[in-house]
Design a protein around this ligand. Structure first.
Ligand code: PLP
Length: 422
């Protein structure tokens, strides 16, 4: 599942001792395993080889150029959601015909850039957006490929903040409205409506919600076919869950076995947009224990990383395993593991039973390859950690640790304030 293992009581990433990486690159530090990323991508590719889908890795999960390049070199496409992600996709040389673009709020500038690049298609989320892409395409005198994002109204059984396919979510278009749109396609002279898209949520550990959603799509596609509305692509989104704690998510193979028969019935080219499944378990965040503080009710382990580096626990109450880099035979105790930020939401674990650690020890926050660094910020004016990629017994710095100057680089103090004297 991943390449982080203990050998002789030390945590290793592939063939390297993680503690040596922190000594070299400092703390906090994001560490990624090349082999884990590649294995997950290849597992999915092989499970679905019968239909040879275009696997568009979801850039938002982890957008580091080295990770994007690794996947693009292996033949992956990219699922993007902003002009910035398009910029990254181009930087790593992703062929435009392997880029799909979702987002409920694409700006005119973003739409124009993507049209000019001739991406595979936009996943369109509303009638207004469709009209806007048509208008911009007319100005540019281009026919633009679009897929309609359907909101299939299914319950994906995941955290409420990461469900996206329920009718109360802001995403996609209901079947009835989509049907009307597909029937008035002549109104959009500059659009080629070539596909349908769904993305029902994230960290989905059961196949049932997918079966339910895709079955609805198959029915819809068949209805369209009968009316001679022929499409080319079905994009089934991402969302495959991983193990953070005790989850038992479907494997790529189990997932494929269940949904392949449905996908084949569509006769369409399938696109997938996995993010977490590929990178989630391929990364850890290493952090140093600064202080141990016991209060009347609690014992706190205060570490040098905070919610600015990894916001998932604060945002979703997400669980991440936390392991020492070096196992000793210390006894267990119940602790809260918290960061230095001035927010009570700045925690990584609450009431967690852990082997006792000492100040200056290091901990690994597991499963932080997805939505870790990519959701990080400079809150509390904290420079972001460095990121390294391990391949067998070699380590590559893939993002430098930020410096204080990076924090103020774009800020401007107006001249009148500089001249101001008391
Ligand atoms: N596709 C779309 C449209 C998304 O919004 C997301 C995540 O939010 C993904 C794909 C990737 O999801 P995951 O990382 O759960 O696979």
């Amino acid at each position: 599942m991943h390449e982080f293992r203990y050998k002789r009581n030390y945590l290793y990433c592939e063939d390297l001792k993680v503690i040596d990486l922190v000594k070299k690159f400092g703390s906090p530090l994001y560490v990624y395993s090349y082999k884990t990323i590649l294995d997950h991508y290849l597992k999915l590719k092989s499970a679905f080889k019968e239909i040879d889908p275009i696997i568009c890795y979801s850039v938002k999960a982890n957008s580091n150029l080295a990770i994007l390049k690794l996947l693009v070199k292996e033949g992956a496409g990219l699922d993007i959601v902003s002009g910035g992600e398009l910029f990254r996709a181009i930087k790593v040389g992703c062929p435009a015909e392997r880029i799909v673009y979702a987002s409920v709020g694409k700006t005119d500038k973003e739409i124009e850039e993507a049209i000019k690049r001739r991406i595979l298609f936009f996943n369109v989320e509303s009638l207004s957006e469709l009209e806007n892409i048509n208008r911009i395409s007319q100005i540019l005198n281009r026919i633009t490929n679009v897929a309609i994002r359907i909101n299939p109204d299914v319950e994906p059984k995941t955290h409420k903040f990461i469900t996206t396919g329920k009718i109360t979510n802001k995403f996609g278009i209901d079947f009835e409205s989509a049907y009307k749109i597909l029937n008035m396609h002549k109104r959009f002279a500059y659009l080629n409506i070539c596909g349908l898209h769904i993305h029902i949520g994230s960290q989905i550990t059961e196949t049932t919600p997918y079966i339910y959603a895709i079955s609805k799509m198959v029915k819809f596609i068949q209805k369209l076919k009968k009316e001679a509305i022929n499409l080319k692509y079905l994009n089934i989104g991402g969302g495959l869950g991983i193990i953070y704690d005790k989850e038992k998510p479907q494997t790529a193979k189990e997932f494929a076995d269940k949904i392949l028969p449905l996908l084949k019935r569509t006769g369409l080219k399938i696109i997938m947009e996995p993010g977490r499944f590929i990178v989630g378990n391929a990364g850890i965040l290493v952090t140093k224990v600064l202080y141990i503080k016991s209060t009347l009710k609690k014992k706190f382990i205060i570490v040098d990383s905070g919610m600015n580096d990894l916001i998932r626990p604060a945002l979703y109450d997400a669980y991440h395993k936390i392991l020492p880099l070096h196992i000793t035979d210390s006894k267990l105790s119940k602790v809260d593991i918290v960061g230095p930020i001035c927010e009570s939401a700045d925690f990584f674990a609450k009431d967690r039973v852990m082997p006792e650690v000492k100040e200056a020890d290091f901990l690994a926050i597991m499963g932080t390859g997805a939505y870790g660094f990519s959701m990080s910020s400079n809150y509390n004016s904290r420079p972001r950690p460095a990121e390294v990629l391990v391949k067998k017994n070699r380590v590559y710095l893939i993002r430098e640790r930020e410096k204080y100057n990076d924090l103020i680089d774009k800020e401007i103090v107006p001249g009148f304030l500089k001249r101001w004297r008391r």
